[in-house]
Design a protein around this ligand. Structure first.
Ligand code: ADE
Length: 249
């Protein structure tokens, strides 16, 4: 009898733990999440490998906040851990990006409607740039509901003029070249370029986890990048954090 109740208790607590909705918030660098960390309550920290996760509450919502590190491998690893170890129900990537649409300026915001890995090259086999083997499209599609939520939140936090939606291109390169950025705009119609979003998207897609990427423009990705980037890093990262806080209200 006692055993039966112990089993029942285990099943009930497992189901309760599994059914708590938890949102993951990911940034690639410290500067991209440090505006969020002081706002977390009931914080618990967990390290897996060399990777630190901050589990807690943000505006009474269960969240796990983490820094992925820069680049596609880091983003893919982080997303895998969020899916397998933390059972997250949705993922929001927050951070900064270079502008590839010529009309965008530092402090503008791009919310992903599609994510592509611009450095995937199987063209020798007749595939278009960015198309991975085994996929029908080179674009990974974020959750429409999260895109809508992010757009509304960004417009509320920053005003309508500063916010747009569009394709974000990711690759393991910091883009700082006029010709390269023009190519990325022409080839992928990408509005912003960064180094993680599409890798996160590919893994989230594998696990059927809804996601969205929110990027504030820090530089024009054209060679003036290095200077603007360093100057703009903090304020632009805080821009994206403000949107997340509005989204989780
Ligand atoms: N993140 C911010 N600016 C970037 C750029 N120009 N290229 C790649 N990632 C970036």
């Amino acid at each position: 009898m006692l055993r039966f109740f112990a089993l029942l208790f285990t099943i009930i607590s497992f189901n309760t733990a599994a059914s708590v909705e938890r949102t993951a918030i990911v940034g690639a660098m410290d500067v991209e999440i440090e505006g969020l960390l002081p706002k977390l309550t009931d914080v618990e920290e967990k390290t897996i490998g060399k990777h630190l996760f901050h589990i807690g509450q943000l505006n009474n919502k269960s969240v796990v906040v983490t820094k992925s590190g820069v680049g596609k491998v880091n983003a893919a690893l982080t997303t895998t851990l969020l899916a397998t170890e933390f059972n997250v129900n949705s993922i929001i990537f927050t951070g900064i990006a270079g502008a590839s649409a010529p009309e965008l300026e530092p402090m503008d915001v791009v919310i992903s409607t599609g994510l592509v890995q611009h450095d995937v090259d199987l063209t020798v086999f007749g595939s278009p740039m960015g198309l991975l083997d085994g996929y029908d499209s080179r674009e990974f599609l974020p959750s429409e509901a999260l895109v809508k939520q992010a757009l509304t939140a960004a417009q509320t936090a920053l005003g309508k003029e500063q916010v747009t939606t569009g394709i974000i291109a990711s690759g393991d390169q910091f883009i700082a070249d006029k010709e390269k950025v023009a190519y990325l705009y022409k080839e992928f119609q990408a509005k912003a370029v960064e180094m993680e979003g599409a890798a996160l998207a590919q893994v989230a897609d594998q696990f059927d986890i809804p996601y969205v990427v929110i990027r504030t423009i820090s530089d024009k990705a054209d060679g003036s990048a290095a200077l603007t980037y360093e100057e703009m890093k903090k304020s632009t990262a805080d821009n994206s954090v403000a949107i997340i806080l509005e989204m989780l209200k």
